[in-house]
Write a protein that binds this ligand. Structure first.
Ligand code: PHE
Length: 493
Protein backbone atom coordinates (compact mmCIF):
# COMPACT_ATOMS: atom_id res chain seq x y z
CA UNK A 1 0.00 0.00 0.00
CA UNK A 2 1.40 3.36 -0.99
CA UNK A 3 0.39 6.06 1.48
CA UNK A 4 0.14 9.68 0.65
CA UNK A 5 2.87 11.41 2.58
CA UNK A 6 3.99 15.01 2.42
CA UNK A 7 7.22 15.69 0.54
CA UNK A 8 10.00 18.23 0.47
CA UNK A 9 9.98 20.42 -2.62
CA UNK A 10 13.62 19.65 -3.36
CA UNK A 11 16.67 17.94 -1.93
CA UNK A 12 18.10 21.34 -1.14
CA UNK A 13 14.96 22.15 0.84
CA UNK A 14 15.46 19.00 2.89
CA UNK A 15 19.13 19.74 3.52
CA UNK A 16 18.36 23.32 4.53
CA UNK A 17 15.75 22.06 6.98
CA UNK A 18 18.13 19.47 8.40
CA UNK A 19 20.91 22.02 8.72
CA UNK A 20 18.39 24.44 10.22
CA UNK A 21 17.66 21.89 12.90
CA UNK A 22 21.33 21.17 13.50
CA UNK A 23 22.42 24.78 13.62
CA UNK A 24 21.09 26.06 16.90
CA UNK A 25 22.05 27.43 20.24
CA UNK A 26 24.53 24.58 20.56
CA UNK A 27 26.59 25.99 17.71
CA UNK A 28 26.57 29.53 18.96
CA UNK A 29 27.04 29.28 22.67
CA UNK A 30 28.05 25.70 23.36
CA UNK A 31 30.67 24.73 20.79
CA UNK A 32 33.11 27.63 21.35
CA UNK A 33 33.28 26.91 25.05
CA UNK A 34 33.48 23.14 24.69
CA UNK A 35 36.36 23.54 22.22
CA UNK A 36 38.17 26.01 24.45
CA UNK A 37 37.89 23.94 27.64
CA UNK A 38 38.86 20.73 25.91
CA UNK A 39 42.19 21.52 24.38
CA UNK A 40 41.46 24.36 21.94
CA UNK A 41 43.02 23.55 18.58
CA UNK A 42 43.80 20.04 19.78
CA UNK A 43 40.09 19.46 20.33
CA UNK A 44 39.69 19.29 16.57
CA UNK A 45 41.16 15.78 16.56
CA UNK A 46 38.52 14.16 18.80
CA UNK A 47 35.90 16.43 17.27
CA UNK A 48 36.50 15.32 13.69
CA UNK A 49 36.95 11.77 14.84
CA UNK A 50 33.51 11.98 16.44
CA UNK A 51 32.01 13.46 13.30
CA UNK A 52 33.31 10.64 11.13
CA UNK A 53 32.69 7.77 13.54
CA UNK A 54 29.38 8.86 15.02
CA UNK A 55 27.95 12.02 13.49
CA UNK A 56 27.90 11.04 9.83
CA UNK A 57 27.23 7.31 10.36
CA UNK A 58 24.29 8.13 12.63
CA UNK A 59 22.95 10.68 10.17
CA UNK A 60 23.08 8.07 7.41
CA UNK A 61 21.34 5.64 9.74
CA UNK A 62 18.56 8.06 10.66
CA UNK A 63 18.09 9.31 7.11
CA UNK A 64 18.17 5.74 5.83
CA UNK A 65 15.60 4.51 8.35
CA UNK A 66 13.21 7.41 7.80
CA UNK A 67 13.46 7.06 4.03
CA UNK A 68 13.28 3.28 3.83
CA UNK A 69 10.36 2.90 6.22
CA UNK A 70 8.62 6.14 5.29
CA UNK A 71 7.48 7.16 8.72
CA UNK A 72 8.07 9.48 11.62
CA UNK A 73 10.54 8.04 14.12
CA UNK A 74 8.27 5.60 16.02
CA UNK A 75 6.55 4.48 12.83
CA UNK A 76 9.83 3.89 11.01
CA UNK A 77 11.21 1.93 13.95
CA UNK A 78 7.98 -0.05 14.36
CA UNK A 79 8.12 -0.98 10.70
CA UNK A 80 11.68 -2.15 11.10
CA UNK A 81 10.91 -4.06 14.29
CA UNK A 82 7.57 -3.84 16.06
CA UNK A 83 8.97 -4.71 19.48
CA UNK A 84 11.17 -1.63 19.49
CA UNK A 85 8.52 0.92 18.65
CA UNK A 86 8.84 2.46 22.12
CA UNK A 87 12.37 3.54 21.23
CA UNK A 88 10.83 5.92 18.73
CA UNK A 89 8.48 7.39 21.30
CA UNK A 90 11.06 8.14 23.92
CA UNK A 91 12.87 10.81 21.90
CA UNK A 92 9.48 12.12 20.80
CA UNK A 93 8.61 12.79 24.43
CA UNK A 94 12.09 14.22 25.13
CA UNK A 95 11.72 16.51 22.13
CA UNK A 96 8.48 17.82 23.59
CA UNK A 97 10.18 18.58 26.90
CA UNK A 98 13.13 20.25 25.17
CA UNK A 99 10.69 22.37 23.23
CA UNK A 100 9.19 23.63 26.46
CA UNK A 101 12.45 25.17 27.63
CA UNK A 102 13.83 25.99 24.19
CA UNK A 103 10.89 28.34 23.77
CA UNK A 104 11.78 29.93 27.08
CA UNK A 105 15.35 30.64 25.95
CA UNK A 106 14.05 32.03 22.68
CA UNK A 107 11.68 34.21 24.65
CA UNK A 108 14.64 35.56 26.63
CA UNK A 109 16.48 36.25 23.38
CA UNK A 110 13.44 38.05 21.98
CA UNK A 111 13.22 40.19 25.09
CA UNK A 112 16.94 40.91 24.91
CA UNK A 113 16.64 41.87 21.28
CA UNK A 114 14.31 44.67 22.34
CA UNK A 115 16.57 45.56 25.28
CA UNK A 116 19.62 45.79 23.03
CA UNK A 117 18.52 49.08 21.51
CA UNK A 118 18.55 50.92 24.83
CA UNK A 119 21.02 48.52 26.55
CA UNK A 120 18.43 48.17 29.20
CA UNK A 121 20.67 45.86 31.26
CA UNK A 122 22.66 48.85 32.44
CA UNK A 123 26.01 48.55 34.16
CA UNK A 124 25.43 45.32 36.02
CA UNK A 125 24.27 42.86 33.39
CA UNK A 126 24.49 39.96 35.83
CA UNK A 127 22.19 41.45 38.44
CA UNK A 128 19.85 42.68 35.73
CA UNK A 129 19.51 39.22 34.19
CA UNK A 130 19.04 37.20 37.36
CA UNK A 131 17.18 39.64 39.58
CA UNK A 132 15.32 42.09 37.42
CA UNK A 133 14.61 40.04 34.34
CA UNK A 134 14.28 36.43 35.54
CA UNK A 135 13.40 37.27 39.13
CA UNK A 136 15.17 34.05 39.99
CA UNK A 137 13.98 32.49 43.24
CA UNK A 138 16.36 31.00 45.76
CA UNK A 139 15.65 27.34 45.03
CA UNK A 140 14.15 25.12 42.33
CA UNK A 141 11.20 24.44 44.62
CA UNK A 142 10.18 28.03 44.83
CA UNK A 143 8.34 29.20 41.74
CA UNK A 144 7.77 32.82 42.68
CA UNK A 145 5.58 34.88 40.39
CA UNK A 146 4.70 34.58 36.76
CA UNK A 147 6.94 36.85 34.72
CA UNK A 148 4.76 38.33 32.05
CA UNK A 149 7.28 39.55 29.47
CA UNK A 150 8.81 36.06 29.42
CA UNK A 151 5.41 34.43 29.08
CA UNK A 152 4.55 36.80 26.27
CA UNK A 153 7.76 35.88 24.46
CA UNK A 154 7.03 32.20 24.94
CA UNK A 155 3.58 32.69 23.44
CA UNK A 156 5.12 34.48 20.48
CA UNK A 157 7.64 31.69 19.86
CA UNK A 158 4.92 29.04 20.01
CA UNK A 159 2.81 31.05 17.64
CA UNK A 160 5.69 31.18 15.15
CA UNK A 161 6.33 27.46 15.59
CA UNK A 162 2.69 26.78 15.04
CA UNK A 163 2.43 28.96 11.97
CA UNK A 164 5.44 27.38 10.27
CA UNK A 165 4.55 23.77 11.05
CA UNK A 166 0.86 24.23 10.35
CA UNK A 167 1.69 25.22 6.79
CA UNK A 168 3.21 21.82 6.25
CA UNK A 169 6.55 20.39 5.32
CA UNK A 170 6.98 22.07 1.98
CA UNK A 171 4.89 25.21 2.38
CA UNK A 172 5.98 25.89 5.95
CA UNK A 173 9.16 24.26 7.21
CA UNK A 174 11.04 24.27 3.92
CA UNK A 175 10.05 27.82 3.10
CA UNK A 176 10.93 29.12 6.57
CA UNK A 177 14.34 27.49 6.43
CA UNK A 178 14.99 28.83 2.96
CA UNK A 179 14.57 32.32 4.38
CA UNK A 180 15.91 31.98 7.90
CA UNK A 181 19.02 29.90 7.31
CA UNK A 182 20.68 32.07 4.64
CA UNK A 183 19.77 35.17 6.66
CA UNK A 184 21.28 33.64 9.76
CA UNK A 185 24.50 32.76 7.96
CA UNK A 186 24.75 36.24 6.48
CA UNK A 187 24.28 37.90 9.85
CA UNK A 188 26.82 35.60 11.45
CA UNK A 189 29.35 36.42 8.73
CA UNK A 190 28.79 40.14 9.33
CA UNK A 191 29.29 39.70 13.08
CA UNK A 192 32.40 37.60 12.53
CA UNK A 193 34.01 39.99 10.08
CA UNK A 194 33.45 42.94 12.39
CA UNK A 195 34.49 40.95 15.45
CA UNK A 196 37.86 39.81 14.14
CA UNK A 197 38.90 43.40 13.51
CA UNK A 198 38.21 44.41 17.10
CA UNK A 199 41.06 45.32 19.34
CA UNK A 200 42.14 42.19 21.22
CA UNK A 201 40.42 39.79 18.83
CA UNK A 202 43.66 38.02 18.00
CA UNK A 203 44.28 37.29 21.67
CA UNK A 204 40.85 35.74 21.83
CA UNK A 205 41.43 33.63 18.74
CA UNK A 206 44.86 32.56 19.88
CA UNK A 207 43.37 31.43 23.16
CA UNK A 208 40.68 29.47 21.35
CA UNK A 209 42.93 27.76 18.85
CA UNK A 210 46.12 27.30 20.89
CA UNK A 211 46.38 23.52 20.96
CA UNK A 212 46.86 21.81 24.27
CA UNK A 213 48.00 18.43 23.01
CA UNK A 214 48.02 16.83 26.45
CA UNK A 215 44.22 17.03 26.37
CA UNK A 216 43.95 14.64 23.43
CA UNK A 217 44.80 11.75 25.72
CA UNK A 218 42.04 12.53 28.21
CA UNK A 219 38.81 10.50 28.05
CA UNK A 220 36.74 13.48 29.17
CA UNK A 221 37.77 15.38 26.06
CA UNK A 222 36.58 12.56 23.82
CA UNK A 223 33.32 12.37 25.70
CA UNK A 224 32.87 16.11 25.24
CA UNK A 225 33.52 15.75 21.51
CA UNK A 226 30.94 12.99 21.06
CA UNK A 227 28.46 14.83 23.25
CA UNK A 228 28.85 17.99 21.19
CA UNK A 229 28.49 16.17 17.87
CA UNK A 230 25.36 14.32 18.99
CA UNK A 231 23.69 17.42 20.36
CA UNK A 232 24.74 19.64 17.54
CA UNK A 233 23.55 17.36 14.77
CA UNK A 234 20.18 16.89 16.51
CA UNK A 235 20.79 13.14 16.60
CA UNK A 236 18.77 10.65 18.64
CA UNK A 237 15.97 13.19 19.00
CA UNK A 238 13.60 11.73 16.46
CA UNK A 239 14.13 14.69 14.16
CA UNK A 240 16.29 13.44 11.34
CA UNK A 241 14.31 10.25 10.86
CA UNK A 242 11.05 12.17 10.68
CA UNK A 243 12.51 14.77 8.31
CA UNK A 244 13.88 12.13 5.95
CA UNK A 245 10.53 10.36 5.80
CA UNK A 246 9.41 13.28 3.62
CA UNK A 247 12.08 12.65 1.00
CA UNK A 248 11.05 11.49 -2.46
CA UNK A 249 11.82 7.93 -3.49
CA UNK A 250 14.89 8.83 -5.47
CA UNK A 251 17.22 10.97 -3.47
CA UNK A 252 20.82 10.97 -2.38
CA UNK A 253 21.06 10.02 1.27
CA UNK A 254 24.78 9.49 1.77
CA UNK A 255 25.64 12.79 0.21
CA UNK A 256 22.98 14.62 2.23
CA UNK A 257 24.44 13.25 5.46
CA UNK A 258 27.90 14.56 4.63
CA UNK A 259 26.53 17.93 3.56
CA UNK A 260 24.48 18.34 6.73
CA UNK A 261 27.44 17.48 8.93
CA UNK A 262 29.86 19.79 7.11
CA UNK A 263 27.48 22.73 6.95
CA UNK A 264 26.82 22.43 10.65
CA UNK A 265 30.53 22.16 11.32
CA UNK A 266 31.24 25.26 9.25
CA UNK A 267 28.71 27.28 11.18
CA UNK A 268 30.21 26.02 14.41
CA UNK A 269 33.63 27.37 13.44
CA UNK A 270 32.19 30.64 12.28
CA UNK A 271 30.45 31.27 15.56
CA UNK A 272 33.45 30.12 17.58
CA UNK A 273 35.55 32.74 15.80
CA UNK A 274 32.96 35.46 16.40
CA UNK A 275 32.48 34.56 20.05
CA UNK A 276 36.17 34.38 20.90
CA UNK A 277 37.04 37.52 18.99
CA UNK A 278 34.45 39.40 21.01
CA UNK A 279 35.66 37.82 24.25
CA UNK A 280 39.21 38.81 23.30
CA UNK A 281 38.07 42.38 22.87
CA UNK A 282 36.45 42.27 26.27
CA UNK A 283 39.57 40.88 27.95
CA UNK A 284 41.71 43.54 26.29
CA UNK A 285 39.43 46.45 27.08
CA UNK A 286 39.04 45.48 30.72
CA UNK A 287 42.56 44.27 31.24
CA UNK A 288 41.42 40.84 32.29
CA UNK A 289 42.95 37.47 31.43
CA UNK A 290 40.96 35.48 28.86
CA UNK A 291 40.21 32.78 31.43
CA UNK A 292 38.11 35.27 33.35
CA UNK A 293 35.89 36.30 30.52
CA UNK A 294 35.14 33.01 28.79
CA UNK A 295 31.78 31.48 29.49
CA UNK A 296 29.10 29.58 27.67
CA UNK A 297 25.38 29.15 27.44
CA UNK A 298 23.03 31.42 29.26
CA UNK A 299 25.86 33.25 31.05
CA UNK A 300 27.59 34.07 27.78
CA UNK A 301 24.53 35.25 25.91
CA UNK A 302 22.68 37.10 28.63
CA UNK A 303 25.40 38.29 30.99
CA UNK A 304 28.83 38.53 29.39
CA UNK A 305 27.86 39.62 25.90
CA UNK A 306 25.43 42.32 27.04
CA UNK A 307 28.24 43.68 29.18
CA UNK A 308 30.55 43.80 26.14
CA UNK A 309 27.90 45.44 23.99
CA UNK A 310 27.49 48.14 26.62
CA UNK A 311 31.11 49.17 26.23
CA UNK A 312 30.94 49.54 22.46
CA UNK A 313 28.58 52.46 21.96
CA UNK A 314 26.62 52.38 18.73
CA UNK A 315 28.60 49.40 17.47
CA UNK A 316 27.39 47.55 20.57
CA UNK A 317 23.79 48.29 19.67
CA UNK A 318 24.29 46.93 16.18
CA UNK A 319 26.30 43.87 17.21
CA UNK A 320 23.96 43.24 20.13
CA UNK A 321 20.78 43.28 18.11
CA UNK A 322 22.37 41.15 15.37
CA UNK A 323 23.58 38.67 17.96
CA UNK A 324 20.16 38.20 19.55
CA UNK A 325 18.60 37.97 16.12
CA UNK A 326 21.05 35.14 15.37
CA UNK A 327 20.02 33.31 18.51
CA UNK A 328 16.36 33.69 17.61
CA UNK A 329 16.74 32.55 14.00
CA UNK A 330 19.01 29.65 14.89
CA UNK A 331 16.63 28.65 17.64
CA UNK A 332 13.46 28.86 15.60
CA UNK A 333 14.70 26.54 12.88
CA UNK A 334 15.61 24.05 15.62
CA UNK A 335 12.37 24.41 17.53
CA UNK A 336 10.38 23.98 14.34
CA UNK A 337 12.18 20.68 13.79
CA UNK A 338 11.33 19.63 17.33
CA UNK A 339 7.68 20.55 16.85
CA UNK A 340 7.51 18.54 13.65
CA UNK A 341 9.23 15.61 15.37
CA UNK A 342 6.53 15.63 18.03
CA UNK A 343 3.50 16.28 15.85
CA UNK A 344 4.29 13.80 13.06
CA UNK A 345 4.44 10.65 15.25
CA UNK A 346 1.11 11.43 16.93
CA UNK A 347 -0.44 12.23 13.60
CA UNK A 348 0.86 8.94 12.15
CA UNK A 349 -0.26 6.97 15.17
CA UNK A 350 -3.74 8.26 15.74
CA UNK A 351 -4.62 9.14 12.18
CA UNK A 352 -5.20 12.80 13.04
CA UNK A 353 -4.38 15.28 10.31
CA UNK A 354 -0.92 16.71 10.78
CA UNK A 355 -1.88 20.36 10.93
CA UNK A 356 -4.54 19.60 13.53
CA UNK A 357 -1.94 17.72 15.51
CA UNK A 358 0.42 20.68 15.24
CA UNK A 359 -2.25 22.92 16.75
CA UNK A 360 -2.85 20.52 19.63
CA UNK A 361 0.88 20.12 20.32
CA UNK A 362 1.46 23.87 20.27
CA UNK A 363 -1.36 24.58 22.70
CA UNK A 364 -0.26 21.89 25.16
CA UNK A 365 3.35 22.91 24.69
CA UNK A 366 2.59 26.51 25.49
CA UNK A 367 0.80 25.52 28.69
CA UNK A 368 3.77 23.39 29.79
CA UNK A 369 6.21 26.15 28.87
CA UNK A 370 4.42 28.63 31.06
CA UNK A 371 5.95 26.88 34.09
CA UNK A 372 9.27 28.14 32.77
CA UNK A 373 8.07 31.72 32.86
CA UNK A 374 8.22 31.63 36.65
CA UNK A 375 11.07 32.56 38.94
CA UNK A 376 12.33 28.97 38.92
CA UNK A 377 12.62 28.77 35.12
CA UNK A 378 16.40 28.89 34.97
CA UNK A 379 16.78 26.07 37.51
CA UNK A 380 14.33 23.86 35.68
CA UNK A 381 16.08 24.50 32.38
CA UNK A 382 19.45 23.72 33.85
CA UNK A 383 18.45 20.43 35.48
CA UNK A 384 16.25 19.09 32.70
CA UNK A 385 18.76 20.02 30.02
CA UNK A 386 21.56 18.20 31.84
CA UNK A 387 19.56 15.01 32.20
CA UNK A 388 18.16 14.90 28.70
CA UNK A 389 21.50 15.65 27.11
CA UNK A 390 23.67 13.44 29.28
CA UNK A 391 21.37 10.47 29.53
CA UNK A 392 18.40 10.80 27.21
CA UNK A 393 20.32 11.41 24.00
CA UNK A 394 23.14 9.01 24.81
CA UNK A 395 20.87 6.12 25.79
CA UNK A 396 18.55 6.59 22.82
CA UNK A 397 21.56 6.84 20.49
CA UNK A 398 23.02 3.70 22.01
CA UNK A 399 19.80 1.71 21.70
CA UNK A 400 19.39 2.97 18.15
CA UNK A 401 22.79 1.65 17.05
CA UNK A 402 22.24 -1.61 18.94
CA UNK A 403 18.86 -2.10 17.30
CA UNK A 404 20.12 -1.43 13.80
CA UNK A 405 23.50 -3.03 14.38
CA UNK A 406 22.34 -6.28 15.87
CA UNK A 407 18.66 -6.80 15.13
CA UNK A 408 17.63 -4.96 11.98
CA UNK A 409 21.15 -5.42 10.56
CA UNK A 410 23.14 -2.49 9.19
CA UNK A 411 23.53 -4.11 5.79
CA UNK A 412 19.82 -3.70 5.15
CA UNK A 413 19.96 0.06 5.69
CA UNK A 414 23.29 0.46 3.90
CA UNK A 415 22.08 -1.41 0.82
CA UNK A 416 19.02 0.80 0.79
CA UNK A 417 20.93 4.07 0.95
CA UNK A 418 23.62 2.86 -1.46
CA UNK A 419 21.01 1.95 -4.03
CA UNK A 420 19.84 5.53 -4.26
CA UNK A 421 23.05 7.41 -3.48
CA UNK A 422 25.70 8.66 -5.86
CA UNK A 423 28.61 7.46 -3.77
CA UNK A 424 28.40 4.22 -1.87
CA UNK A 425 29.42 3.63 1.70
CA UNK A 426 31.41 0.51 2.44
CA UNK A 427 31.20 -2.09 5.14
CA UNK A 428 33.15 0.22 7.46
CA UNK A 429 29.76 1.69 8.21
CA UNK A 430 28.38 -1.63 9.46
CA UNK A 431 31.37 -2.07 11.74
CA UNK A 432 30.95 1.46 13.10
CA UNK A 433 27.27 0.97 13.85
CA UNK A 434 27.78 -2.49 15.31
CA UNK A 435 30.84 -2.03 17.45
CA UNK A 436 32.52 1.36 17.49
CA UNK A 437 29.65 3.75 18.21
CA UNK A 438 28.02 1.50 20.85
CA UNK A 439 31.35 1.03 22.61
CA UNK A 440 31.91 4.77 22.81
CA UNK A 441 28.38 5.50 23.95
CA UNK A 442 28.53 2.86 26.67
CA UNK A 443 31.77 4.40 27.86
CA UNK A 444 30.18 7.86 27.93
CA UNK A 445 27.19 6.61 29.83
CA UNK A 446 29.27 4.87 32.47
CA UNK A 447 31.45 7.93 32.91
CA UNK A 448 28.58 10.37 33.31
CA UNK A 449 26.75 8.05 35.71
CA UNK A 450 29.86 7.79 37.88
CA UNK A 451 30.26 11.56 37.86
CA UNK A 452 26.60 12.04 38.69
CA UNK A 453 26.80 9.67 41.66
CA UNK A 454 30.04 11.18 42.94
CA UNK A 455 28.82 14.73 42.76
CA UNK A 456 25.18 15.26 41.86
CA UNK A 457 24.67 17.80 39.13
CA UNK A 458 25.15 21.48 39.80
CA UNK A 459 25.04 21.16 43.60
CA UNK A 460 21.24 21.11 43.51
CA UNK A 461 19.26 19.39 46.29
CA UNK A 462 18.98 15.68 45.47
CA UNK A 463 15.20 15.87 45.63
CA UNK A 464 15.11 18.45 42.85
CA UNK A 465 17.32 16.24 40.68
CA UNK A 466 14.83 13.43 41.19
CA UNK A 467 11.81 15.60 40.57
CA UNK A 468 13.01 17.42 37.48
CA UNK A 469 15.82 15.21 36.23
CA UNK A 470 15.45 11.48 36.76
CA UNK A 471 11.69 11.67 36.70
CA UNK A 472 11.80 13.27 33.25
CA UNK A 473 13.83 10.33 32.02
CA UNK A 474 11.31 8.01 33.73
CA UNK A 475 8.32 9.77 32.17
CA UNK A 476 10.00 9.46 28.78
CA UNK A 477 10.47 5.71 29.08
CA UNK A 478 7.12 4.89 30.66
CA UNK A 479 5.23 7.18 28.29
CA UNK A 480 7.03 5.54 25.38
CA UNK A 481 6.13 2.03 26.52
CA UNK A 482 2.47 2.99 26.95
CA UNK A 483 2.25 4.70 23.58
CA UNK A 484 3.87 1.75 21.86
CA UNK A 485 1.07 -0.50 23.16
CA UNK A 486 -1.63 1.45 21.35
CA UNK A 487 -2.48 0.33 17.82
CA UNK A 488 -1.59 2.36 14.70
CA UNK A 489 -4.59 3.78 12.99
CA UNK A 490 -4.75 2.92 9.27
CA UNK A 491 -1.07 2.10 9.18
CA UNK A 492 0.51 -1.08 8.04
CA UNK A 493 3.27 -2.30 10.21
N1 PHE B 1 21.12 20.87 17.24
C1 PHE B 1 20.71 21.97 18.00
C2 PHE B 1 21.88 22.87 18.36
O1 PHE B 1 22.98 22.66 17.97
C3 PHE B 1 20.08 21.62 19.28
C4 PHE B 1 19.00 20.67 19.22
C5 PHE B 1 19.16 19.44 19.78
C6 PHE B 1 17.85 21.02 18.59
C7 PHE B 1 18.14 18.53 19.71
C8 PHE B 1 16.85 20.13 18.52
C9 PHE B 1 17.00 18.88 19.10
O2 PHE B 1 21.68 23.80 19.09
Amino acid sequence: MEEKREQWGSKLGFILAAVGSAVGLGNIWRFPYVAYTNGGGAFLIPYFFAIFTAGIPLLILEYGMGHKYKGSTPLAIARANKKWEWLGWWPTISAFIILAYYSMILSWATNYLTFSFSKKWGDDSNAFFHNDFLQLTSSPFEFGKMIWPILLGIALIWAINWFICYKGVKGGIEKANKILLPTLITIMIIITVRAVTLNGATTGLNTLFAPDWSMVMKPKVWIAAYGQVFFSLSLAMGIMMTYSSYLPKKTDINNSAFMTAFANCGFEFLSAIAVFAILGYMAASQNLPMSEVVSSGVGLAFVVFPKVFSTMGILGTILGSLFFLCLIFAGITSSVSLTEAVAAPFSDKFGIEKNKMVTIICIIGFVISSVFATGAGLYLLDIIDNFINNYGIVVVGLLEVLLIGWIVKPKKIREHTNKISYFKIGSWWDITIKYLTPAILIFMLVQSTITEIKNPYGGYPILSLFLYGWSIIGIGVIGALLLAKRPWKDKQI
